[in-house]
Design a binder for this molecule. Sequence first.
Ligand code: PGA
Length: 254
Amino acid sequence: MGSKRRMVIAGNWKMNMTPSEAKNFVGTLYEKVKNNRACDIVVCVPAIDLPIVAKMCAGTAVKVGGQNVHFAKSGAYTGEISADMLVDAGAKYVIIGHSERRQYFGETDETVNLRTKAAIEAGLTAIVCVGECLSEREQGITEEVVARQTKLALLDITPEQMKQVIIAYEPVWAIGTGKTATAEQADEVCKLIRNVIAAKYGKPIARATVIQYGGSMNAKNAAELLAMDNIDGGLIGGASLKPDDFAVIVEAAQ
Ligand code: PGA
């Protein structure tokens, strides 16, 4: 087995933590993970928490990300946030196309692609989420669904820009349900994603691309998942709100 890519462990706080709560939380979290330099650590926080969290994490090993980005530079898009705004607030990463956004906010493969392009152009690293829902897995079309989502997300993304893309494989049935994909199931789909990237960009780029697993990753199962050949980190929801558990996951990525 060749050496794997540098792992990226990213917390997805979702709609949790007021700015005051975030301030307390990040201080505790930082203390627990500060000695870890072996992987990249990211916390993707609600937009309103970005300034305080970015300020507290400045100069530390913890990087900050947003959870969504609009594709327009600016304009009449009430409630949305632009890539430049995220960057100015201190974000280096942004989650795009999370299944909750696809499910509840009308996100489509097309808007995922547009948002990904906007994020990259602003200098952010895009964490692009793909994943099948339970009925798709039961119908045996996981590969088809994930390959399609990956290809459409990467439309018009150049080989050079792939350095700013992370793919997060998040089977929808595993998110927040406590049902984790087995390490083999997760690795199999991450490998498929890598093959899709190889077919479009060639093997060196596919080998260099970080592919995370997400969906009920926790302190107990992280080590097994992260040991798989094609899994280069995690996108972690619930467990990222528990500093001890998040620290164990970061530890597992060493
Ligand atoms: P979970 O969420 O870890 O709570 O399952 C993962 C995610 O939605 O990114």
